[in-house]
Design a protein around this ligand. Structure first.
Ligand SMILES: Nc1ncnc2c1ncn2[C@@H]1O[C@H](COP(=O)(O)OP(=O)(O)O)[C@@H](O)[C@H]1O
Ligand SMILES: [Mg+2]
Length: 313
């Protein structure tokens, strides 16, 4: 059964078509990632699924409840972890959870039990009495996730929960997301980190400029680039003329992800392309310090479909 079904949702802000006709189905019990660069429309999509923003067109159903027509029933099923942290900084983790727990109707023994369970899951039991204002960014994010879990939602939505936090907290968040899925929770997870989508997801939708440009399992998505190879060159300088010449030689995409030292080439048969790249570098006086041939990954799928890099470094 579908946990989330999105049909034809659209949202514009003035001239910006933030979400431009999205259809998606998240199956019950899976981790589904929405992968896309900054500005793709991920958060706007999430806000409409949660009923925080009204779509210009279309609708979303959570466990069969229309978010437009049966908002309360739909929201009951949902736990949402927004991109921005919503916590009382001068309260402890425990006090925050007790407060939010009461807000969702928990009380007495059950409230205490859920707060203890959630603290254990987000691994903050030993810091539960410290003021949140003193927590690291990663601990605050974990507590934010904890708040969304108090009422044991069947469907959990996390919007870029690991941006800007320490690797240890990131690891804990990824592990608890997998654990929740294994316990039966359906997860919709947005990210612009390819590695996270690859590690976590049962299925992935790639989003760009308000549209879903591909959707499937990782291996289905990687097949979209077909038999193409991915070559990464590290050079002493990224020279536009050099890039132009490679483009003429390679029947594929050529981009730079950092405008300084990295050139990415996607094309058929790396072994046939490489000698050309090297002789062009000699002609153009560009020094290559490293050549790497990589297996197809989601970064490459994005590059193949859009001609752009997914990463924002
Ligand atoms: N409240 C808003 N007002 C105006 N423009 C917005 C608003 N929210 C989002 N946008 C624009 O809509 C587009 C999609 O944004 P968003 O959904 O936040 O993308 P993502 O979460 O994938 O980074 C961007 O161009 C963004 O600037
Ligand atoms: Mg966002």
């Amino acid at each position: 059964m579908e946990a989330i079904q999105i049909k034809g949702i659209k949202k514009s802000f003035g001239e910006t078509k933030a979400v431009d006709g999205v259809d998606l189905t998240v199956e019950s019990g899976e981790i589904f990632s929405l992968l896309g660069p900054n500005g793709a429309g991920k958060s706007t999509t999430i806000s409409m699924i949660c009923g925080l923003l009204t779509p210009d067109e279309g609708d979303a159903a959570i466990d069969g409840h229309s978010i437009r027509k049966e908002t309360v029933a739909a929201q009951k099923v949902l736990g949402v972890v927004p991109q921005d942290i919503a916590l009382y900084q001068d309260l402890s983790a425990r006090q925050n959870l007790m407060f939010w727990g009461r807000m969702v109707g928990l009380k007495d023994g059950l409230l205490k039990q859920r707060v203890d369970e959630v603290l254990a899951l987000i691994e903050l039991t030993d810091r539960q009495h410290d003021e949140c204002g003193k927590y690291s960014g990663g601990m605050k994010r974990r507590l934010n996730i904890g708040v969304a879990l108090l009422h044991q939602p069947r469907v959990l939505i996390l919007d870029e929960p690991t941006v800007g936090i320490d690797p240890q907290s990131r690891r804990k968040i990824l592990d608890s997301v997998t654990l929740l899925r294994d316990q039966g929770t359906t997860i919709l997870y947005t990210t612009h980190y390819m590695e996270e989508a690859q590690e976590l997801s049962d299925r992935i939708a790639i989003m760009d400029e308000g549209k879903i440009i591909a959707c499937g399992t990782q291996s289905e998505l990687v097949q979209l680039v077909g038999e193409q190879d991915h070559i990464r060159l590290i050079v002493d300088r990224v020279d536009e003329q050099y890039m132009q010449q490679i483009r003429k030689k390679v029947n594929g995409s050529v981009i730079t992800t950092d405008h300084e030292h990295t050139i990415e080439v996607v094309g058929p048969n790396a072994n046939a392309i490489l000698p050309g790249l090297i002789s062009l570098s000699l002609e153009g006086d560009v020094k290559i310090s490293s050549v790497e041939i990589q297996e197809a990954n989601l970064e490459m799928v994005f590059l193949h479909l859009t001609g752009k890099a997914l990463r924002d470094e």
